[in-house]
Design a protein around this ligand. Structure first.
Ligand code: UT7
Length: 330
């Protein structure tokens, strides 16, 4: 059977490390609060002038190197990001130029924390229909430039980090590859995690008054997001297992979107997984939105957490609300 196989992976984070004690110096927060509530110890933030496409390029180059794929071979680029370098266009076309790819199709998808799995799913469909052989799927974010670093913004700003991860999908015959993907959304919760402006709904799209009212900054109702996340993660992981007639015992690793260590622990508890099955690297990177799953996938692979033949489940939940999963046989 023809499947989309992940033949290369890579990730990139900015050099600048921001620890919890660095944040203690600029807002009223503590290392103890951040670690206890989220598991985050440090995150990477860009220096001024670095854009999301720069991180995406670095991660993509590593994935292409691992896959031994040349620029000419890539047929399509899908970028999962909420934070394109400019208001428009997205960064897919910047990536096409930076990587020296042919004049192929490129596009961004804006599905927040679930976007990388949505991107995998779209890439998988192009491969399954036979339209494309080699697809680059990237998750990349620069969140740090949208954070309020005063005490008023502390509930969000301590959580987020910058980074990028990329995979190369290749059409290959065999048992390995993406087995299934499962995508969901529920627009009712739009305003529980959102950033209102700049927006086409307003003319002008952003004003001094809106900035004074902090409507250009992300807003999150943390408790409501948490409550929904711990329900949707197990649900969509079980959906992936059921679709493939798999049991939890068949799964080597579950890689959830890295939003909060407590969410991942609650998911493991609800599912009843053995210790170590739910992967976490949030302590090093914080929440990197669309980038967190490909960063975690690459790190877990490099750490030898899974190998040929293993079943790996990816799962995400985030703004929208949106949630998704993917079952992969390595
Ligand atoms: O990737 C997108 C998906 N996002 C998520 O999945 C995030 C889901 N939510 C969460 O992870 C958690 O709700 C948070 C980590 C955001 C917050 O944890 P919490 O246990 O729900 O805390 P809380 O919002 O109920 O705040 C508790 C207290 C508040 O003070 P009072 O009202 O009890 O006096 C906050 O003002 O903690 C205060 N607080 C802080 N204190 C120190 C909020 N942020 C901070 C901070 N440092 N950074």
């Amino acid at each position: 059977m023809m499947r989309s196989n992940i033949i290369g992976m890579g990730y990139a984070v900015p050099d600048r490390v921001v620890t919890n004690s660095d944040l203690e110096k600029i807002m009223d927060t503590t290392d103890e609060w951040i670690v206890t509530r989220s598991g985050i110890q440090e995150r990477h933030w860009v220096e001024d002038g670095t854009g999301t496409s720069d991180l995406a390029e670095a991660a993509s180059r590593k994935a292409m190197k691992m896959a031994s794929v040349s620029p000419e071979e890539i047929d399509l680029v899908i970028v999962a990001t909420l934070t394109s370098d400019y208001f428009f266009p997205g960064i897919g076309n910047q990536l096409q130029e930076k990587l020296g790819l042919r004049n192929i199709g490129t596009f961004d998808i804006k599905v927040a924390c679930s976007a990388f799995i949505y991107g995998l799913s779209i890439g998988d469909q192009f491969i399954k229909t036979g339209q494309h052989n080699t697809v680059l799927v990237v998750g990349a974010e620069v969140q740090s430039t949208a954070l309020d670093l005063s005490t008023e913004g502390r509930d969000i700003s301590v959580l987020f980090g910058d980074g990028a991860g990329a995979v190369i999908l290749r059409r290959e015959e065999g048992e390995s590859g993406i087995l299934s993907t499962h995508l969901h959304s529920q627009g009712r919760y739009l305003k529980e995690l959102w950033c209102e402006a700049p927006a086409s709904r307003f003319n002008p799209r952003i004003s001094k008054e809106m900035i004074d009212e902090r409507r250009h900054l992300p807003y999150m109702n943390g408790r409501e997001v948490f409550r929904n996340a711990v329900k949707r993660f197990p649900e969509v992981i079980n959906e992936a297992l059921d679709a493939n007639h798999l049991d939890l015992e068949d799964v080597k690793l579950i890689i959830p979107h890295q939003a909060n260590l407590r969410i991942s622990q609650a998911v493991g508890k609800r599912l009843g997984t053995a210790p170590g099955v739910v992967y976490s690297n949030i302590h090093k990177y914080g929440n990197t939105t669309g980038a967190s799953i490909p960063i975690a996938l690459t790190e877990a692979y490099q750490e030898g957490k899974f190998t040929k033949g293993d079943i790996v489940i990816l799962a995400a939940f985030g703004a929208g609300f949106t949630w998704a999963s993917a079952a992969i046989r390595w």
